[in-house]
Design a protein around this ligand. Sequence first.
Ligand SMILES: NC(=O)c1ccc[n+]([C@@H]2O[C@H](COP(=O)([O-])OP(=O)(O)OC[C@H]3O[C@@H](n4cnc5c(N)ncnc54)[C@H](O)[C@@H]3O)[C@@H](O)[C@H]2O)c1
Length: 354
Amino acid sequence: MNKKVILITGSSGLIGSEVVVDFASRGWEVHGVDNNMRADFFGPQADTRWNLRRMQQTYPRFQHHELDIRDRTGVMQLLQELLPQAIVHTAAQPSHDLAASRPLDDFDVNAVGTLNMLEAARRACPEPPFIHMSTNKVYGDAPNEIPLKEMEKRWDYADPAYYDGIRETFRIDHSKHSIFGASKVAADVMVQEYGRYFGMLTCSLRGGCLTGPNHSGVELHGFLSYLIRCNLDGGSYRIFGYKGKQVRDNIHSFDVVQFIWRFIEAPRAGEVYNLGGGRANSISILEAFDLISEISGKSMKYEYVDQHRQGDHICYISNLNKMRTHYPGWSINKDLRTIFLEIYESWMKRTAGK
Ligand SMILES: NC(=O)c1ccc[n+]([C@@H]2O[C@H](COP(=O)([O-])OP(=O)(O)OC[C@H]3O[C@@H](n4cnc5c(N)ncnc54)[C@H](O)[C@@H]3O)[C@@H](O)[C@H]2O)c1
């Protein structure tokens, strides 16, 4: 039997690299597309080359393509050449803060780059599953309208209807998204449309906080990775508003990839899933300070900026019921403490000798 081929964009990034590793270990022929634009967006601390080298050393048959997804002709040629059996699209400008300073680059990468991938797939190979990484920012700041209660170290939903979190049917417009959220809405809806209109097996995964040891976290993106690094380095973490009680649900990139694998095994057309750690993996910034201090033995230095980020969520928890119903074999494997430990150990290794 011929080897199965998978194409992964953003393959040097957090999620992309985890998909590379998983499918390479399953014996697939793995092709990655990445142009290290993360370093251009966020500076040298966000450089992903270390991750590319790691994959090339571990999986010598992994094939890297230094391609920009904005290069429409290049993308079309690559899809024609590879004719993959699965496409996982994770390349993106992922930060809502950064997008405001570079709206054109943000839209070109997130919205137009996604359309380039969809259309190239439709022309070259419309049958394979096409998984797109979307974001919970497609809901804009509308989740902030849910009544909240203030606890000692976190905000939580006051309305029991939201105890399990936010569903995929939550409205996506008439709210402030940030420039990033708006470009991701364009991509998310286009991915659904290629499923509904053209019948392709597409899905948009609306991520909460996706994290893990391979994140090159920086202040503008990857809060947990960055927070843990600050603790390790003794640097000061800046809290932006909401008293530091803002809540995020965190999912390890390993669990993200396990869902991607299950979707590829049994794909559906034009689907949307809220993909996060759910209530069990939710934590506020103040609670995260406590947990990392307990693990590292170092207290957390921080300063408080009395201005929240524009369009930022106060409390966001993904409702995982739809994922669990459609794919009952999938569940969260990595709890919060495991996630913290793995990120902590990874930064220890990466920063050793620097
Ligand atoms: N990490 C999170 O917390 C989170 C949350 C919600 C959604 N998401 C989404 O998941 C996806 C993956 O996120 P991530 O955390 O792995 O991001 P990441 O920045 O770690 O990875 C993205 C990769 O894409 C590459 N890239 C950027 N522009 C490119 C271009 N024009 N051409 C080719 N490659 C390019 C970057 O170099 C980087 O390696 C993104 O779509 C992001 O919006 C992430």
